[in-house]
Design a protein around this ligand. Structure first.
Ligand SMILES: O=C(O)CCC(=O)C(=O)O
Ligand SMILES: [Fe+2]
Length: 313
């Protein structure tokens, strides 16, 4: 009876809350040397049974070179490529997007430096769901879907109520502020091309106010000792117009394509762009807002991704 009683009294939400209150984050938990993950991270078999991707057959998402985007001669071809990608995949990667590769590397390094800080330092920023300011938390799907996921997040709101610059952690403050300028520029370029792909003039989507709500979200997916039992980030589509994603070279992102999942292979120097729900709606369903997810990371090197969401409202 004692053994049965023990099982019955286990409440994953209680354990999850305790973990949350400890503020050590998933990275701290990973670094504590555990070899099995706490039960509140374990997802049902139907979620974790289809971790495999089908990249080989699908060929991967399109890679688009923007170097000639301003040339009158070459622009129509790029408009065609980018709008085909948005129609069939909802995702594409960009090279020669105008941001120096050194800037991408610096930004990733700055987020890495934030997540690499000791718990005592990071915990000063630890808080839950807020719609402005700065938020650092782990397993942030917990209170929405009652499912903990294997990553930590540092989220900085840029609008409508921007974070106070002094609230952005000092170790990555300069890079976060600078990244915003670069990511904005890419979002504007992409929206111009996507707009032309719908037969509209280049300013139309931009004028819908895609920058009204913006947040820069940095995720850290540390090593997971049982990656087949959990997930890095649950399947979802992005609300908003477009998302600009920068990642280090640790894989994990997958997108839904047909009946299967396709890996987004990280490529140094590239940015990944995806269509959000709002753009799907305003394009009358021409452009697809596609579900994506991140697998729990089986590698010792943490996966770092920096995402800027551009929303119209
Ligand atoms: O970390 C990633 O690569 C994807 C993150 C993502 O999809 C999101 O934050 O909406
Ligand atoms: Fe997403």
């Amino acid at each position: 009876m004692a053994a049965g009683g023990e099982t019955l009294s286990y409440d994953p939400m209680e354990e999850a809350k305790e973990f949350d209150n400890s503020k050590i984050g998933v990275k701290g938990l990973s670094e504590s040397g555990i070899t099995t993950i706490p039960k509140f991270f374990v997802h049902p078999p139907e979620v974790v049974s289809n971790h495999k991707s089908s990249t080989a057959s699908a060929g991967g998402i399109p890679l688009i070179d923007l170097s000639d985007a301003k040339s009158e001669l070459h622009r129509p071809k790029i408009v065609q490529q980018i709008s085909d990608a948005a129609r069939t995949w909802g995702f594409f990667q960009l090279i020669n997007h105008g941001i120096p590769v050194s800037k991408l590397d610096e930004t990733i390094a700055a987020y890495r430096a934030f997540f690499d800080q000791p718990t005592e330092v990071k915990m000063n920023h630890y808080r839950r769901e807020e719609s402005h300011g700065v938020l650092y938390a782990s397993n942030n799907d917990l209170y929405r879907s009652k499912m903990a996921t294997w990553h930590d997040t540092l989220q900085v709101w840029m609008s409508p109520e921007p974070a106070k610059v002094e609230d952005i952690p000092e170790v990555c403050r300069k890079e976060v502020v600078e990244w915003e300028v670069h990511a904005n520029m890419v979002a504007e370029t992409v929206l111009g091309l996507l707009c032309e792909g719908l037969g509209l003039e280049a300013e139309k989507l931009k004028n819908m106010g895609y920058t009204k709500t913006r947040a820069i979200v940095g995720h850290c997916y540390p090593y997971c000792p049982q990656p087949d039992l959990t997930i890095g980030l649950s399947s979802h589509s992005d609300y908003g117009m477009v998302t600009v994603l920068l990642q280090n070279e640790v894989p994990g992102l997958q997108i839904k394509h047909g009946d299967g999942w396709v890996d987004v292979i990280p490529m140094h120097g590239t940015l990944t762009i995806n269509v959000g729900d709002t753009l799907q709606i305003v394009s009358n369903g021409e452009y697809k807002s596609v579900e994506h997810r991140v697998l729990a990371n089986p590698l010792k090197e943490p996966r770092i991704s920096i995402i800027e969401f551009f929303n119209a409202g």
